[in-house]
Design a protein around this ligand. Structure first.
Ligand SMILES: *Cc1c(COP(=O)(O)O)cnc(C)c1O
Length: 398
């Protein structure tokens, strides 16, 4: 459940700060600002929370993934290994960079598997775009090793994984660079917004320049500096950054609340025979946004969705058919329908997207239920809902 659950006076105050000065643009106008630079403060807060050396706020998570492509030098004809379970933005960022998505298998981690990546590597592979789905990390140890062994870049789409750690380090800091989203559905939200973050000064400088028409922001008068290369407008406004800043300051509490509630749900259903939880190398690092579990068969998973809804259990997603996050629903991609020709139309797709053989991903996704955890549920509410969930699931599994 999104950070909107936690909206309060803090968000209003940050926004009013901006409206009271009239400095809506993230650059320039020091005379108006009364010392307030909300985008910069948001970036500092992201660095403080994650331990990243550099963060750059942009207009959306999609824009932040596009910045990852630019900062990593990914372009025309490069192959980028991607998962079939993600949000479309991951794939679009690759295509609009002029690169070619190559799909590899996911596994019970809900993310690309090291094994799957290995099989998808070709001489044209430039990078792996690992997506940490549903609030927790993929197999970073295994995947980092495959990338190192094969001399390919690791880029992390952490749009759904703010607040997720892997053996003590925040996700997104294991590869070249990474992206968060602050859209309406994420753990913290600015309405719209995103963050590019990295430990590399060089990558940061490229993303910063790319996101603002090539302005390199050297000196304190944006508009009069050099333009090392072409970019685009992916700037965030001070109003959005202000909301994001207030939310970012609440992230620690949001994560605590979600994890506490998730633990109760998990304990209730842990002993049910035939039920399996999402695999995590580091369960402590989980951000707590979703309780993900597998039913023994596709039929049982379909039945679960149906009886959950009949029994008033909210927030269960069956991505296999009911949402826009799995490749089976991506007809526009399978048919390569675009507003105008892209590099992939000239170069040809590296795989036939409508006939991909991803049996492992199909099996995993067909049995997966993702239950969204609210941090604002009271203990009584969680217990009542958890008991109902246990009762409903034991009937399905009987
Ligand atoms: C939400 C999301 C994005 C895009 O973020 P927006 O802010 O909506 O543009 C990218 N990748 C993944 C995995 C996401 O879930």
């Amino acid at each position: 459940m999104p950070g909107t659950e936690y909206f309060g006076e803090e968000e209003k105050k940050e926004v009013m700060d901006v409206l009271n000065t009239g400095a809506l643009f993230r650059y320039n106008h020091p005379e108006l600002r009364q010392g307030m630079w909300k985008a910069k403060e948001l970036e500092a807060e992201v660095c403080r929370y994650t331990g990243a050396a550099y963060a750059h706020a942009v207009s959306s998570g999609s824009a932040a993934v596009a910045c990852c492509m630019a900062a990593s030098g990914i372009g025309h004809g490069d192959e980028v290994i991607v998962p079939p379970f993600t949000f479309m933005a991951t794939i679009e960022a690759v295509l609009y960079a002029g690169a070619l998505p190559v799909f590899a298998e996911i596994d019970e981690t809900l993310c690309l598997s090291a094994e799957g990546i290995k099989k998808a590597i070709t001489p044209r592979t430039k990078a792996v775009l690992l997506v940490h789905m549903c609030g927790a990390a993929g197999d970073l140890d295994g995947i980092q090793k495959v990338c190192e062994d094969n001399d390919i870049l690791l880029i992390e789409d952490s749009a759904q994984a703010l607040g997720a750690f892997y053996r003590g380090t925040h996700v997104g800091l294991f590869g070249a660079c990474s992206a968060f989203s602050f859209d309406f559905f994420k753990i913290t939200t600015a309405g719209e917004g995103g963050i590019f973050f990295t430990n590399s000064k060089e990558a940061y400088d490229k993303a910063d320049t790319f996101s603002d028409h090539g302005h390199n922001h050297v000196g304190d008068n944006r508009g009069m500096e050099d333009h090392p290369f072409l970019g685009f407008n992916y700037r965030i406004s001070e109003l959005h950054a202000a909301v994001g800043l207030a939310q970012m300051k609440k992230l620690h509490q949001i994560r605590e609340d979600k994890k506490r509630n998730k633990t109760i749900f998990k304990q209730k259903i842990a002993e049910l025979p035939g039920l399996e939880f999402r695999h995590m190398d580091d369960p402590e690092g989980d951000s707590g946004t979703f309780l993900n579990f597998f039913l023994p068969t596709k039929e049982k998973a379909e039945e679960t969705v149906k009886v959950f809804s009949e029994n008033g259990i909210p927030g269960a997603a069956y991505w296999y058919t009911n949402m826009y996050h799995f490749i089976n629903q991506w007809d526009h991609l399978k048919e390569l329908r675009a507003a105008a020709p892209l590099a992939i139309h000239h170069l040809g797709a590296p795989q036939d997207y409508s006939n991909l053989e991803l049996p492992k991903s199909q099996d995993v996704m067909s049995r997966l239920i993702s239950f969204g955890i609210r941090g604002t549920w009271t203990e009584d509410e969680v217990n009542a809902l958890g008991d109902k969930m246990k009762e409903t699931l034991s009937k399905v599994l009987a």
